[in-house]
Design a protein around this ligand. Structure first.
Ligand SMILES: [Zn+2]
Length: 306
């Protein structure tokens, strides 16, 4: 084996080391620029694409919500066809006292007509921890399961315009459902059937409300002003807090809720689905707290039978 002389080592240093060192420096400099370019491109692309992705996600949720409102309207119309032209009653209670084994909400009553569990929830609503599960639980007695299913149906994000379409009269301790007839509606294309809804005003809300209240309750007729929450002189059942002036996202709107940005999905009796702002929902009336407002213009007001 040949010994490496000092001269040889010098040559080696001269020939090898500087060249290798230069290569390393060049490559690392190039890689750094490359990396910076890649980072800049990625940042630019994500800045451009993130809003596109989130608006795509939101528009697909809006489309899915519109489709479930369409199916809910079809289910309600099939029910109307089967039940002598009357709208679904709010709550069917065959016995003298409430019994979740036999009682049925309007939501449950539309299940045979195609309003499946998957359609109860607005696709834009966050999951709720307080909502009772509807899945089968072997530890529950049948009564418990029926109760939880009954309660869960009240959390559907499908608010029913029941005060006009299917009012319930307070009669002492009991409630008498008095569903209206479809033929009593003047303009089905202008009357709301269902509205996207929320059960409480906690931010962010999650559970829905099976009932919604109109923004105004008083109407001005030929014989003067009258309270539309009275039927034959008796009050109709209005359990929820009412509408408040339209100035805050967190304000309470009689159960109606804009799950889609500033928009709530709605469907009219003739099946026309549209996304409306809270201000749109209050068109034609002057909003006061707790539905105390006045219907000033009947034509744009979309809650009563006209
Ligand atoms: Zn929705």
């Amino acid at each position: 084996m040949r010994a490496l002389t000092a001269e040889g080592l010098g040559k080696l240093r001269f020939q090898e080391y500087p060249r290798v060192g230069a290569d390393v420096r060049d490559r690392s400099a190039f890689t750094l620029i490359e990396l910076l370019v890649v980072v800049a491109v990625v940042a630019m692309l994500s800045a451009l694409l993130l809003p596109v992705f989130s608006s795509l996600r939101e528009s697909s949720r809006r489309a899915a919500c519109a489709s479930r409102f369409h199916q809910a309207q079809l289910a309600a119309m099939l029910y109307v066809g089967d039940w002598d032209d009357t709208f679904p009653i709010v709550s069917h209670q065959p016995g003298p006292v409430s019994d979740p084994e036999r009682d049925r909400t309007w939501v449950q009553n539309l299940i045979p007509y195609g309003l499946s569990l998957g359609l109860w929830r607005c696709p834009a609503a966050p999951p709720s921890s307080s909502e009772p599960p509807t899945a089968f639980d072997p530890d529950l007695t049948p009564g418990d399961l029926a109760y939880r299913f009954h309660e869960a149906s009240k959390g559907a994000h499908l608010g029913y315009n029941y005060l006009y379409l299917s009012p319930v009269l307070a009669e002492g301790e009991s409630w008498i459902p008095l569903p209206r007839s479809l033929s009593a509606v003047g303009s089905p294309s202008n009357v709301l059937l269902f509205v996207d809804s929320a059960a409480d005003r906690a931010m962010p809300p999650s559970s829905g409300s099976w009932l919604v209240l109109p923004p105004c309750r008083y109407s001005v007729g030929r014989s003067g002003a009258y309270d539309t929450f009275l039927l034959g002189g008796r009050p109709v059942f209005a359990p929820l807090p009412g509408w408040t002036p339209l100035n805050a996202r967190s304000a309470w709107f009689g159960g109606a809720w804009p799950w889609h940005g500033r928009l709530a999905t709605t469907v009219t009796l003739d099946g026309s689905v549209s996304a409306r702002t809270m201000a749109d929902l209050a068109k034609g009336c002057e909003v006061r707290p707790n539905w105390g407002g006045w219907v000033r213009m009947g034509a744009p007001y979309a809650w009563d039978l006209d």
